[in-house]
Design a binder for this molecule. Structure first.
Ligand code: C2E
Ligand code: C2E
Ligand code: C2E
Length: 89
């Protein structure tokens, strides 16, 4: 095992997100689209989001941030490394 580095970033896999059924990914996709539009960042295969945005998404999905993180990892949208970013909350 590699030593723990700095807190990992929350990086959304946009290709994977687009493959998910609408009823799962819909709220996430709308949130991500808003951030892309605010940044003018439309061409990436991934999007780095703020930690506070994961908190907002957890409210939207009516889950705790760590539960939502597990779900996003299960969907393949977040890397398992993201667990450490949420532990740092
Ligand atoms: P803002 O929060 O006032 O940020 C202004 C600019 O500061 C951003 O312009 C960006 O160039 C830089 N900036 C702020 N925080 C960070 C950061 O954590 N990392 C990096 N790399 N740069 C940062 P930008 O990207 O054009 O965004 C414009 C506005 O759009 C932001 O104003 C904010 O209100 C919103 N926004 C953009 N991305 C996000 C996001 O991921 N989450 C949220 N909640 N808002 C975002
Ligand atoms: P990183 O943060 O590990 O990102 C690796 C690559 O993932 C980036 O390579 C880019 O192709 C993609 N990527 C990550 N987040 C986003 C995103 O929100 N939007 C888009 N469109 N692509 C994303 P890239 O651009 O060659 O950057 C290489 C490294 O340079 C980044 O590694 C990061 O360490 C640094 N970097 C680039 N832009 C910024 C920035 O705005 N702020 C900071 N702090 N570092 C940056
Ligand atoms: P990053 O650019 O490598 O920034 C890492 C952390 O440094 C951010 O974590 C935030 O805590 C702090 N930081 C960087 N720039 C600023 C700033 O201008 N103002 C403030 N108050 N803090 C700043 P955070 O917020 O969790 O964001 C994670 C990553 O999401 C950022 O990594 C960046 O890739 C992306 N991001 C977040 N907000 C923005 C934004 O407004 N515009 C862009 N282009 N990227 C953003």
């Amino acid at each position: 095992p590699t030593p723990l580095g700095p807190t990992p970033k929350l990086v959304i896999d946009l290709e994977r997100m687009q493959q998910l059924p609408q009823e799962k990914a819909g709220p996430l996709a709308r949130y991500v689209a808003t951030i892309q539009s605010q940044r003018g960042d439309y061409n990436g295969r991934v999007l780095s989001i703020r930690q506070e945005d994961l908190r907002s998404l957890a409210v939207i999905y009516d889950r705790s941030p760590s539960d939502l993180t597990e779900e996003l990892i299960n969907w393949g949208v977040l890397d398992p490394e993201a667990r450490r970013a949420v532990d740092a909350f």
